[in-house]
Design a protein around this ligand. Structure first.
Ligand code: SAH
Length: 353
């Protein structure tokens, strides 16, 4: 079956020509897909015959809202989507002054193993397709009625571990006949896969690269982020400097504040020292507690911020949205997975009995 929604406009046009159809059919179909139609039947300016053919050869299964949580505090909406194969991923709609932002997932689960993150607990199940990433934006927009102007790739998964598909997704998002969202309105967050960062730099995209640093010293970073055991902080920051030199885009460093782990004064000093030499922005994130993890939020966020600012580092503290719903990514999926395994247990017992 053809994954028609993962195709670029050029590919779709070429494919239509191969099928003996006129080239502009490609554009017509592409536009329908981004209007969020859920069947080929709805593509009313195509012949019945072509619609029938598409129905038989292509997949077009919209994600189903498996759960939805709306924050009473700030209107943040968290979606748990069920995909065609029954797997689930999360997206979050956040309402900011500068526009509505949707945070999307790039994989089902994650294999990076960060100690503080709920998404990685059960490992990676599979990569998402470009269509499944597009659908998170499209259907969040359609379900909520809120037009989305910004996208952050900060949900479940490691985007640079699904590199080619994420690039395809960015092309689709950027397309004037697609979502038409500019690169400057997109942020991509990575745990720091250096070879892929170098590869991404070659495309010179105008998106914002966020690097999840979380510690300035190898001992701490390797403890909480296994990815650091292969490539230390120094090589990561060298790669980031190179990225800036190639793209001219300032890197944003994420730093989740964990009590007694990465919030000491000396770590602020070392962080400031190591970030010297290229423009940087540090985003301090109050840790979201994860049930399965013993790590606790830091009580020293303000002091850490002040200490960094003392060195002239640009620092912001991430505002916590959706505090009354399962805020951090991966938690809703884990909860649903737990409940589903409870639901299936009686069946197993019945079968055995
Ligand atoms: N894999 C990518 C993107 C997904 S996570 C990455 O590692 O960057 C998006 C951000 O949320 C990352 O900075 C991640 O480290 C952070 N994060 C994960 N779990 C968190 C938690 N419990 N509290 C605060 N931030 C968390």
């Amino acid at each position: 079956m053809v994954d028609i929604k993962s195709m670029t406009l050029e590919e779709l046009t070429a494919w239509m020509k191969d099928q003996g159809e006129s080239a502009f059919r490609g554009k017509q179909i592409f536009k329908w897909l981004y209007r969020g139609v859920t069947s080929f039947e709805e593509m009313t300016d195509l012949s019945k015959q072509l619609r029938q053919k598409l129905e038989e050869t292509c997949v077009l299964v919209p994600p189903r809202v498996a759960r939805k949580q709306v924050s009473a505090q700030d209107g943040t909406i968290k979606y748990l989507w069920e995909l065609a194969d029954g797997n689930c991923v999360e997206s979050v709609l956040m309402r900011y002054q500068h526009g509505n932002t949707v945070c999307i997932s790039s994989q089902v689960g994650c294999r990076m193993g960060c100690a503080f993150c709920a998404s990685t607990i059960a490992g990676k199940v599979r990569d998402l397709t470009a269509a499944e990433m597009i659908d998170q934006v499209l259907f969040t927009q359609m379900d909520s009625g809120a037009p989305v102007s910004n996208i952050v790739l900060m949900g479940i998964g490691e985007p640079l571990d699904n590199f080619d598909t994420v690039l395809r997704f960015l092309t689709l998002v950027n397309s004037p006949d697609g979502l038409n969202i500019g690169m400057r309105h997109i942020s991509l967050s990575t745990c720091g896969l250096v070879e892929q960062i170098d590869k991404l730099a070659q495309y010179e995209l105008q998106l914002t690269l966020s690097v999840s640093l979380h510690a300035p010293d190898d001992e701490t970073r390797s403890k909480i982020m296994p990815v650091n055991r292969h490539v230390g902080v120094e090589r990561l920051l060298e790669t980031c400097r190179r990225y800036f030199e190639t793209t001219g885009r300032r890197i944003s460093y994420e730093y989740a504040m964990i009590d007694g782990v990465n919030d000491a004064g000396w770590q602020a000093d070392l962080l400031a020292k190591r970030l010297r030499g290229a423009p940087a922005h540090v985003n301090l994130i109050p840790l979201n507690e994860v049930e399965e993890s013993p790590l606790k939020p830091s009580r020293r966020v303000a002091a850490f911020q002040k200490r960094l600012e003392g060195y002239g580092v640009t620092v912001t503290v991430r505002r916590k949205l959706g505090g009354d719903i399962d805020a951090s990514c991966g938690q809703l999926r884990r909860k649903a997975m737990g409940e589903r395994s409870l639901e299936t247990k009686p069946n197993f017992r019945q079968k055995r009995g």
